[in-house]
Design a protein around this ligand. Sequence first.
Ligand SMILES: Cc1cc2nc3c(=O)[nH]c(=O)nc-3n(C[C@H](O)[C@H](O)[C@H](O)COP(=O)(O)OP(=O)(O)OC[C@H]3O[C@@H](n4cnc5c(N)ncnc54)[C@H](O)[C@@H]3O)c2cc1C
Length: 538
Amino acid sequence: MRDPIRPASPGPGDADAIVVGSGPNGLAAAVTLAAAGLRVQVIEGAAVPGGGCRTEELTLPGFRHDVCSAAHPLALASPFFRRFGPAARGVAFAHPEVVYAHPLDGGRAAIVTRSVAETAARLGGDADAYRRLMQPLADGGNAVADAVLSSMRRPPRYSGALAAYARLGLRSAAAVARRFHTEEARGLFAGVAAHAMLPLTEPPTAGVALLLGSLAHTAGWPVVTGGSARLTDAMIRAIVAGGGQVETGQWVSSLAALPPAPATLLDVAPRAFFAMAGERLPARYRDALARFRYGPGICKVDFALADPVPWRNEAARQAGTLHLGGGFEEIAAAGAAVARGEHPDSPYVLVVQAGVADPSRAPRGRHALWAYCHVPSGSTVDMTARIEAQIERFAPGFTDLVLARRTRTAAQEEEMNPNYAGGDIACGMQTVRQVLARPAVRWNPYRTPLRGVYLCSSATPPGPGVHGRCGELAALTALRDVFGVREPPDLAIAARLPRGGLAGPVGGDVQPVPAGTAVAVAPGPVSGLVEIDLAAGR
Ligand SMILES: Cc1cc2nc3c(=O)[nH]c(=O)nc-3n(C[C@H](O)[C@H](O)[C@H](O)COP(=O)(O)OP(=O)(O)OC[C@H]3O[C@@H](n4cnc5c(N)ncnc54)[C@H](O)[C@@H]3O)c2cc1C
């Protein structure tokens, strides 16, 4: 193994590992390989790196929109990012006062805060049912996230929280929501379950609701201060510090076009891998890739607003994320319509108002708003009017505040990033089968039948979201198979405070440290991040 920190970048043909695609999983793979001392070359097709983790001025100057991911419960809970230590690399997560809100007609809303008790107390007759459902999961800290954000190959370590999760997680949201009776609690559960992009009568929609719902009370659902791209930048800095490089603007259509390297990791959709490898793949594996099912698409609208959204419900104004679409039945009907290939008149709309926690996203007094709804796969229908009508329903006067808007249909979503087949931002349906065996049934899902070639996109376990685990777990497999490295590398090694500041353990004493200080990132009780006050170093 070479010296872990080398200034020289790999030239053509002398990389130890090639990573195709610079989404969070491609970069997590590259970070892991670079931390093990390998020379890594990342090849990205788009002009800008980051895949689903980018921030751009999509509407007007000074409005910084998260192009894809905006809310980061999975990043904060992810074992990969806990080891990587974003805080030690200058990335700050900003938590909104209200984690997520579910507005209902008449100015009512269900409101979720970090506290289970506080959230339950607002749910009236369903207070006890909410507490009984969420408290055991929240009490488990990282246990549920650690189990779900795994390769799904080994039974996780037993804990009470995990047992509670396993009991209900493989069921449908419709089944689990029967324990609630108020429109608020039922709507709240539907709103968070619908992230699964499946009809709410399908398993494991309850599992998605329980994971994301409990993360509200453990890690939180923060945004990244300055935009999601800061997380991408931190990973790229770590790769470059390890002697690797990230090249953009080079779409890869065939494995034969890649520079030779002992290991190749592909942050691409299964059908792209199919096209790249062609006849080199055995027929059985090719058939499995061809059978892999993609889910519905999304239509996204980014808004530049003159003022904050005037949600009729006061508490909803403080929410980072909002789920719109009314009560359980209405949201279920919207999901069922999308599954039938229809565009609902009253769609389920996900909204992120990053500005409530991070005012840097827009010029003073202005706001950048992020919204999308689910649509049938490959849809070219512009849902802007229906998304605006849904926001207007719960925030009268909203449309008058719009200074500019930018829409991406599902078809355009795929044009921007081929991993989002038909606009499916999950890179593959999250049915029970495809959660457990992604993209094909194999003992190690990252290994492909081609020697030295690995899949590392969110089409592998643990699936979609910005958590980097698909990339990390694929890289650990490649390290073992190709380079004989059995010990996971220390990802914290290259964590340095860029400007100095205050550093210390979570909940412990902090002390001033100068710029360039290397920081050890020890796993903490929940987020596992070292707390750093960079403001002190400016
Ligand atoms: C609109 C939207 C909103 C989202 N919101 C959230 C959210 O709030 N929170 C969250 O956790 N997740 C969210 N997600 C999901 C999250 O962004 C993805 O699950 C995550 O980015 C997947 O990471 P990845 O590395 O597997 O793939 P991607 O991030 O999709 O990256 C793949 C990269 O590979 C490149 N690539 C693909 N094929 C080739 C090729 N042949 N040659 C060269 N390069 C190639 C692509 O250009 C891309 O840069 C959202 C996604 C979208 C689109």
